[in-house]
Design a protein around this ligand. Structure first.
Ligand code: ZN
Length: 239
């Protein structure tokens, strides 16, 4: 795939419906992009892909990366990746996640109806993340899991925020609006981003995405799922 094209495996609505039994091997994901996010089989933890390395951030607070031999045997039921080549870089001070959203809109007003990839690098006064603990039984819905998610707060931490802004008309296929994951510079802390505050200026890099490749699962659970968009549920669970 060319730089700044998006590859997505499955759709968020499938996760909402609990379709997470099988998926794409990580060895097939990485060639499509070295930057992005997603989840793992049975929705155990949060995925962040940064500089070509895939990390799994679990509810117990642990973070692990995958060696070459593990990439074939580990699958993702949902992921979004790109070969990120920033088209805009600037320094920003961010007070909150809401503030970050407004700042992104101001910086790229032309990007409302296309995708954007986002990387924010720097020191953070505060970061709050959540990590999904994983399904207790096959087919358990993400909307249910989100109720028992674990939140972690970090203070004075160096790290990276990675993610995408998706247009509102993509709700259900991806997460409309900003979907961001965080990992600390020492790669020991992270998760799905709920809140942030930078410590002074941080380095923001953005790219516009207009070409989207989506691969849909062929598994029975996907074929048989209801897959009706639950916009409110997605916003609650994922944004
Ligand atoms: Zn997430």
């Amino acid at each position: 795939m060319a730089p700044n094209e998006l590859f997505q495996y499955s759709i968020v609505t499938a996760l909402m419906d609990g379709v997470a039994e099988s998926g794409l091997p990580l060895s097939d994901l990485l060639p499509r992009g070295d930057f992005g996010l997603g989840t793992f089989r049975h929705m155990v933890g949060e995925m962040i892909v940064l500089d070509g390395v895939i990390y799994q951030m679990k509810a117990d607070g642990s973070v692990t990366s995958f060696g070459r031999d593990q990439l074939n045997t580990t699958v993702t039921p949902f992921a979004m990746v790109t070969h990120f080549r920033p088209t805009l870089s600037t320094k920003v001070t961010v007070k909150s996640k809401g503030d970050f959203g407004k700042l992104l809109t101001d910086l790229m007003p032309q990007a409302k109806n296309i995708f954007s990839s986002i990387r924010l690098e720097g020191k953070f006064k505060a970061v709050v993340v959540r990590t999904v603990g994983g399904q207790q039984h096959p087919g358990e819905k993400l909307s249910k899991l989100a109720e028992s998610q674990v939140a972690h707060s970090f203070e004075d931490v160096q790290g990276s925020i990675v993610g995408f802004r998706s247009p509102s008309y993509m709700q259900g296929i991806s997460v409309a609006g900003d979907h961001l994951h965080f990992i600390s510079a020492d790669r020991r802390q992270g998760g799905h981003l709920l809140e942030l505050q930078t410590d002074g200026e941080a380095e923001l890099a953005i790219a516009a995405i207009r070409i989207i490749h989506t691969e849909l699962p062929t598994s029975d659970d996907f074929i048989q799922a209801t897959l009706q968009t639950d916009s409110e549920g997605i916003t609650k669970a994922e944004s």
